[in-house]
Design a binder for this molecule. Sequence first.
Ligand SMILES: Cc1ncc(COP(=O)(O)O)c(C=O)c1O
Length: 393
Amino acid sequence: MRTDPLAYLTTELDALRAQGLFRSLRVLDDRQESTTKFDGRKVVNLSSNNYLGLTTHPRLIERAIKAIEEFGVGSASVRSIAGTMALHLELERRLAVFKKTEAVVVFQSGFTANAGTVSSILTKDDVVISDDLNHASIIDGCRLSRATIKVFPHKDVNAAHRVLQALPANQRKLLITDGVFSMDGDLGPLPALCGLAEEFGCIMMVDDAHASGVFGKNGRGTVDHFDMHGRVDIQVGTLSKAFGALGGYVAGSRALIDFLYHRARPFLFSTSHPPSVTATCLGALDILEQEPEIIDRLWDNTRFFKAGLADLGYRTGVSESPITPVITGDGALAMRLSDRLFAEGVFAQGIAFPTVARDKARVRTIVTAAHTKDELQFALDAFKKVGHELGLI
Ligand SMILES: Cc1ncc(COP(=O)(O)O)c(C=O)c1O
């Protein structure tokens, strides 16, 4: 009989089970809303990236349906062959105006925007200087580029400075940071990094996935928040989180975007968005431009919830955004906290290694503009009960 060549995977999974880290996927049985049903249970939802509650916005649903009726359900081609529709170009034009850059290219996801961009603009002769906690899509892009990767400790501008000083002046180099770090909710030190990029002649790139629709005027991102317009060469944003749909984009110079049209592999080798997704993103842009009070609501909820967790005495790290980690340290304890909260009617996902360091496991919470204060208070009451029970507070 043939022995299973994948048996080692089962061994690894058994090890995860033994450590209490094996997870079954929670199944969303209803809409992605502030209170919804997962695994058949009604819960206050603190686990989505639906920052502005747009996943179910009636105007966006209407736009998506209209686009399907008009253009069908798929584009059936990559952008560079037959998959570019007028809607795709309209979204890119509108996003460029929104981001105050010359041009924008939209990708299938934020992940492909990061990985496709970094891997296509760098070669094995180049160097990338990257924050230790940058997103996996940046790390994968760096690896695919075959450039030399120099990682600096999280937000340590002096360490990045030392790396840059040691490189030859004529070395091509990319300095890259997340705008908002997805697991801790803190902001990248963009002004200081832009200063370094200018001093050492680096390409400066920021991944604003969690800042899109959240930071800056009308949700333009951290470049707008820190007033760094014109000082960041490449801005990545996502359409999958606050925008409520799916996709990622790169904003920058016309030359950068034309280059990505010709060289970025997800653009060249993977089918473009269905028209419904593109129309939804255009609708989301309208809402950001016309109803910025929705972002004020997000921040009001963020302040309320963070203050509540702090009053309870939880370790919540250094967050400056609607992402608030509740740090347990131990992975199994994070999963236990998450499971107990779920039983009490609150969904806050436990996150452990390899998503975060082994000793930095946590339950990650994300509030949205759509949460009511009653929902948030309900969640805080559950955190209080379960925190006492597990000896966390
Ligand atoms: C920091 C960061 N960058 C990029 C991405 C990828 O975005 P998307 O979900 O649109 O692929 C994510 C999302 O998980 C993220 O957290």
